[in-house]
Write a protein that binds this ligand. Structure first.
Ligand SMILES: C[S@@+](CC[C@H](N)C(=O)[O-])C[C@H]1O[C@@H](n2cnc3c(N)ncnc32)[C@H](O)[C@@H]1O
Length: 225
């Protein structure tokens, strides 16, 4: 299936951000956290960065699990960060270890080599230029940092896309069904992601399918050529 970019990079419409924040993405979020646990069996600690954090469900869950972890979470959409702030208010115990900020990728504000772990879920397909995410990761990850990027994979045909929408968004609101459809159309395939990494000379990440609709690029970043 031909790729069709997302109509908008940012999810800054308040109704869209609220619909996303209210939806149940626990299955995908739990998969993401499971993959991180496999990457760091001794447990996460130190300084982590979440790129395109949305309502911050993943960083909040990680901070609850790992008391020695701090996370900087960035998103370019003020409406989504407002959802994240509301979420955070429900988890006062983790608030002081989560720093939310409004930054658009590519961001020049991220500290070079500043993070032990860099993660991103469901962001890459939003970006006009995928290299922006990979280069930001290469810039701010410490040598050997744990990196996990997970996203939807573009289905092979529109029939396969329809089947995924019916399976996973059957009873979802119209906004969510529309967004899921747009995301699947804009998503990259495993081979395309491998090409992106090879083109930029990023080494240390393995890319593979991790569910019927997600791929993950994961590992410990050795560095860019
Ligand atoms: C599908 S949501 C994923 C949110 C979250 N990572 C999760 O797993 O629930 C994608 C998020 O990326 C943000 N985003 C899109 N393009 C961005 C960019 N260029 N810079 C920063 N954030 C961006 C959107 O505003 C949105 O909140």
């Amino acid at each position: 299936m031909q790729r069709v970019p997302e109509p908008e990079e940012l999810m800054d419409d308040p109704a869209q951000a609220a619909a996303y924040a209210e939806a149940d993405f626990s299955e995908a979020n739990e998969l993401f956290i499971r993959l991180l646990r496999q990457l760091v069996p001794q447990g996460l600690r130190g300084r982590a960065l979440d790129l395109g954090c949305g309502p911050a469900d993943i960083p909040i869950a990680l901070l609850r699990e790992y008391p020695e972890l701090r996370i900087d979470a960035i998103d370019g959409a003020p409406a989504m960060l407002e959802q994240a702030r509301q979420r955070l208010a429900l988890h006062p115990g983790v608030g002081e270890r989560l720093h939310l900020s409004c930054q658009r990728i590519p961001s020049a504000e991220l500290p070079a080599g500043g993070y032990d772990c860099v993660m991103s879920n469901s962001l890459l397909h939003h970006l006009r230029e995928p290299g922006d995410l990979w280069m930001n990761i290469a810039h701010c990850a410490a040598r050997g940092a744990t990196v996990l990027v997970m996203d939807l994979a573009r289905p092979e045909s529109s029939l396969a896309l329809d089947a995924l929408v019916e399976t996973y968004a059957l009873n979802a609101s119209e906004i969510l069904r529309r967004d899921f459809r747009n995301s699947l159309r804009a998503a990259w395939t495993v081979d395309e992601v491998k090409d992106q990494l090879a083109e930029l000379g990023l080494r240390g990440l393995e890319v593979s399918m991790v569910s019927d609709r997600h791929w993950a690029a994961r590992g410990h970043l050795v560095g860019a050529d």
